[in-house]
Design a protein around this ligand. Structure first.
Ligand code: 2DT
Length: 209
């Protein structure tokens, strides 16, 4: 039986990282093998360039940044598939949806062009979009100084996520203004449903888009 591939998406500070850690902990307590993966992975060669770009230590054309974010996923795609084939469930903290939403919203790049570089990547079995208003997200301890961390930009990003990337067959929009525990209690049954369904059907991993 292969592992399930689940993605958590949303604007900055919507709680993705906290929820991914909580879900991994709960799934492990229930006997599942789980890894959480984060994109961008800032430790790889492309990740180091992206870290410099995000922290404003480096400038680059928006298209170049988009291609690097995409390459950062492609360089891990084989390892991701091998991990799933070993029966490990993988929780992704951001994925190709962030890639398209941020590039299209912030750098005003054509959505089809942005989607094209992600085509063929392993497709998550389910995407959980944690829906928090950008203003409420900013109030959660505020943004740091990284590129993209401003309320108007995050509002544009949210619009691309919900108007252009939402896919009724694959996405769950989870209201995320509540406490960590409230959001966890909403997510957990949805995640358990996917994990348990995978134990009965061994469908191959799909591809984007
Ligand atoms: P965090 O490391 O705090 O999640 O912030 N981004 C991310 C993109 O523009 N394109 C992408 O493909 C991905 C995965 C969103 C990372 C920042 O990088 C942006 C916020």
């Amino acid at each position: 039986m292969r592992g399930v591939l689940l993605a958590l998406e949303g604007v900055d500070r919507c709680g993705k990282t906290t929820q991914a850690a909580r879900l991994a902990e709960t799934l492990r307590q229930r006997g599942h093998t789980v890894e959480t993966w984060r994109f961008p992975d800032r430790t790889t060669a492309t990740g180091k360039l992206l870290d410099a770009y995000l922290s404003r230590a480096a400038e680059m054309d928006g298209r170049v940044a988009h291609l690097l974010f995409s390459a950062n996923r492609w360089e891990k795609a084989d390892q991701l598939l091998r991990t799933l084939q070993r029966g490990v469930h993988v929780l992704l903290d951001r994925y190709a949806y962030s890639g398209v939403a941020f590039s299209a919203a912030v750098n005003q790049l054509d959505i089809d062009w942005c989607r094209a570089t992600e085509r063929g990547l392993p497709a998550p079995d389910r995407v959980f979009y944690l829906d928090v208003s950008p203003a409420a997200a900013a109030a959660r301890g505020g943004y740091g100084g990284e590129r993209y961390e401003s309320v108007p930009l995050q509002e544009q990003v949210r619009r691309v996520f919900l108007e252009h990337l939402y896919d009724a067959g694959r996405w769950h929009v989870v209201p995320a203004d509540g406490s960590v525990e409230q959001v966890h209690q909403q997510l957990l049954p949805l995640v358990l449903e996917c994990v348990e369904a995978a134990e009965h059907h061994n469908t191959p991993v799909g591809t984007l888009w």
